[in-house]
Design a protein around this ligand. Structure first.
Ligand code: 26Y
Length: 804
């Protein structure tokens, strides 16, 4: 709807009165929020319906992006921005005395994901709609999202995220009971001959009603609205009486109750496998049902349907698709397999062994016996096909079922036509190491798709002041076409513009300083370097390397309070998986170090350490625009890509980085002079693995600085970490420091000195910052999804781009 302020205000007041029978002056922020959402939703609903109709009319190929996690954060602002309403709503609210920010703050974060993988899925959904691609998300509507993190005595405590119980609920979803499907789990299965087919007869199986909740994904200024379909588990009405007790009902409803923050215990694993099969089966069934409504035969379904498997969690798509084509559509195995492989594609997001999923055979048999049969048959045919043609050991290493386990990554690669990594270095590692044997078998299936980020959320919305000064130089076209940001480079010597950049950064830092003061009571100096490390807490991400340097600085300052350093505020945001003991110990150590440093007046506030609780998408949006330094310091080869590295550079932060994941490509873009690189290379790390020549204890014994810093963990210098300090000390010394923290420490100190030196030259700093902003456009997810669309899914864009 084309709107002006008067019309908007009129519609808003009318809707408020219809919904709540009140005037603006009597309304709570919650009521205002709900009313605004309802207005927004009814406006884009018209386009949403039309998008579907166009797809049908054109018989468009549809892509379904299966992901067990979607992490969109808040949707109000991004919907308003994409609809072209953002400024209008802010101005209109101002006119009628409503504080827009307070209303927007009512929205709970939609935190249906853990971190990078889930956030990537959300940025992709935004870009796919904005680029007009017919791509829909398929996931789980968890009743509880990722836990809320609190610190109690410096320890992480987890609280449930009751996002659906907040007054605002999920304003964006539409429950579509009429589109529910039944998912079958458990029991036994027998195959019987019937009309020339083998028909599976299920006995004692549990039937689960899968109800979809659809969320509209609004494209940027293009009237295009895709669907994110999230499934919820319910008890089917027909068998309601079979579940008389609360406990029995809970068994079913639990499937979609909570997002897994990890997969570390057996009972938990069983439920996770159920979650995986549940959303896979519901999604695949609904795709095929929809397809059949408009097509007479199914044997060419891959021409009109593509299914993307986001990490191995939905890898059962391969078997479920086969199940339906075989058992329900009666295709021959060969035909069904051909269509399955042509339909499926797979993204790998990790090389960490513990995240490569395997399931015990009895467990899969217990959850879905027919799926196990089909997986076993795929495995059998795979082995038979290669026997005699390939080395027997290679066949053993690549088969799906071995050692009593089902290897999900093997199923995903074998059952799809495309396997991609998420940064060049990561894809190379897949080819040379993790999936090497598969690369031998299917070299043509492997490709790289470096991750990307949505510039709309991470620049336009998160950093409106920066966006505004960019407009002054480039006009507004960059908002539609990210590549134009590159033109900013020409202002590299424009002192006025560089000063403006500095002012914007200062404003963002002042805002963050205020938030820090409100949340922690600690005052920080907005002119200090804001040094930011925000990501999940993991040993390989090496928050510990950062911490050891902070301890070193502190000890130096204690020894020499006049030490000339550039003041720094170290800012952390990180959740640890509840069962990840070591990561939680690191949190405790950072918190205790922070308490010690922040309250020690002898160091004159030269350094401060802030660990903000409950890092989530909304907090990221406040921290990132205020960052000067972006810490991307994982052990080389361990971080598949990283995406906070891209968000931070886009907002003008300079990166301190190892040659890992997408950092390598950031360096290629900005040039070695505009990034602070340090540390072991991937090759050096691998050499250590091979020759075992790394002995971290030697570093402790022979390097005085390291000795002193590590001792501080165990000698009481940092109070209240008796157990945690020893645990970390031991891991870095006697247990030989898996992630080469001590090996990289000196080089890290060197590069950080260079950061200080550079910061003293503010003009140079702003120039480097400008290059980073300009070059970040290469990491726009708009560009990434175009590559997925043309190179993997073979779908075209169907929407015209709108204005800016
Ligand atoms: C199986 C279970 C334990 C599991 C659950 C969640 C395993 C992995 C994950 C999530 C992984 C993840 O978020 N990976 C990150 O994906 C990002 C997007 O590609 C990358 O940028 C990042 O490097 C990678 O760690």
């Amino acid at each position: 709807m084309e709107l002006d302020k008067t019309l908007f205000i009129e519609s808003f007041k009318k809707r408020l009165s219809q919904k709540y029978a009140i005037d603006v002056s009597d309304a709570t922020n919650s009521e205002l929020y709900d009313t605004l959402c309802s207005l927004v939703k009814s406006s884009y609903s018209v386009s949403w319906r039309q998008t579907w109709k166009d797809y049908l009319k054109e018989n468009e190929k549809q892509v379904y992006y299966f992901s067990i996690e979607f992490l969109p954060g808040k949707l109000l602002k991004s919907n308003l921005l994409n609809m072209g309403w953002y400024q209008l709503v802010i101005d209109s609210f101002k006119e009628i005395g409503i504080d827009f920010e307070q209303v927007a703050a009512v929205e709970p974060d939609m935190a249906l994901g853990n971190g990078g993988l889930g956030r990537l899925a959300a940025d992709f959904m935004d870009s796919l709609a904005s680029e007009g691609y017919p791509v829909n998300g398929n996931g789980i509507r968890y009743r509880y999202g990722l836990f809320k993190q609190r610190f109690v005595n410096g320890y992480q405590v987890e609280l449930p995220d009751e996002w659906l119980k907040t007054a605002a609920g999920n304003a964006w979803e539409i429950r579509r009971a009429s589109k529910a499907v039944t998912v079958t789990m458990g029991g036994h299965v027998e195959l019987v001959q019937k009309n020339g087919y083998l028909e599976p007869i299920y006995k004692d199986a549990t039937l689960i009603k899968a109800v979809p909740y659809d969320v509209g994904i609004v494209g940027y200024h293009n009237q295009h609205v895709n669907t994110l379909r999230l499934w919820s588990a319910e008890i089917p009405e027909a068998v309601e009486s079979c579940y008389p007790t609360i406990e029995a009902r809970r068994q079913i409803e639990d499937i979609t109750t909570v997002l897994y923050p990890d997969d570390s215990n057996e009972a938990g694993r069983r439920l996770r496998l159920k979650q995986e099969y549940f959303f896979v089966s519901a999604g695949v069934q609904s795709i095929i049902r929809h397809y059949k409504k408009y097509h007479e035969t199914i044997d060419q379904i891959s021409q009109r349907v593509a299914i993307h498997i986001n990490d191995t969690h939905p890898a059962m798509c391969v078997a479920e698709f086969m199940r339906i084509l075989l058992d329900e559509e009666h295709l021959s195995w060969e035909k069904a397999w051909e269509q399955t492989v042509k339909t499926m594609s797979y993204t790998n997001h990790t090389i960490m062994a513990e995240a490569l999923e395997t399931w015990d055979i009895p467990l899969l048999n217990e959850i879905q016996p027919r799926i196990l049969q089909i997986v076993a048959e795929i495995d059998h045919r795979f082995v038979a096909h290669l026997a005699g043609k390939m080395d027997g050991q290679l066949i053993e290493r690549t088969r799906i079922i071995s050692g009593g386990k089902v290897h999900m990554a093997h199923l995903a690669v074998i059952g799809s036509h495309s396997t991609n990594g998420v940064a060049q270095l990561h894809t190379d590692l897949l080819k040379s190491d993790v999936l090497r044997d598969f690369y031998t078998l299917y070299p043509e299936r492997f490709n790289n798709k470096t991750n990307g980020i949505a510039l709309r959320r991470w620049l336009q919305l998160a950093n409106p002041e920066l966006a505004a000064i960019i407009d002054q130089k480039l006009g507004r076209n960059w908002r539609q076409n990210a590549c134009q940001l590159q033109q900013l480079q020409q202002y590299n010597t424009d002192e006025q513009f560089l000063k403006k950049l500095a002012v914007v950064k200062l404003h963002n830092k002042q805002r963050l300083a205020k938030l820090i003061e409100e949340r922690t009571g600690v005052t920080v100096d907005p002119t200090a370097i804001f040094d930011v490390q925000i990501k999940r807490l993991h040993a390989y991400k090496r928050q510990l390397l950062n911490l050891l340097r902070i301890i070193k600085l502190y000890l130096d300052l204690k020894e020499n309070p006049d030490l000339a350093i550039v003041p720094r505020v170290f800012i952390f945001g990180a959740k640890a998986a509840p069962s990840y003991h070591y990561a939680k110990s690191i949190i405790k150590c950072i918190n205790e170090t922070a308490a010690l440093i922040n309250h020690d007046s002898t160091i004159q506030g030269k350094i401060k350490v802030i660990f903000l609780e409950n890092y989530d998408v909304s907090l990221a949006e406040q921290i990132i625009p205020a960052a000067d330094i972006s810490e991307q310091i994982s052990t080389a080869s361990k971080e598949a890509s990283g995406t906070s590295n891209m968000k931070l550079m886009l907002n003008g932060a300079l990166t301190v980085a190892t040659l890992d994941g997408a950092n390598v490509e950031i360096k290629e873009q900005v040039g070695a002079d505009n990034i602070f690189m340090f540390g072991l290379t991937k090759q050096e790390v691998y050499r250590y693995y091979q020759d075992h020549s790394y002995h971290s204890l030697d570093y402790y014994h022979h390097n005085l600085v390291i000795h002193r810093v590590l001792d501080a963990l165990i000698d009481g210098t940092i109070p209240n970490i008796a157990a945690e300090g020893h645990e970390i000390f031991d891991s870095l010394t006697y247990l030989n420091d898996d992630y080469f923290v001590l090996r990289d420490f000196e080089d890290y100190l060197r590069i950080q000195d260079q950061v200080d030196e550079t910061y003293r030259d503010q003009k140079k700093w702003q120039q480097m910052s400008l290059i980073n902003i300009a070059k970040a456009c290469h990491f726009s997810s708009d560009i990434t999804v175009k590559k997925y669309a043309s190179e993997i899914w073979q779908v075209r864009s169907v929407a015209q781009k709108g204005g800016v």
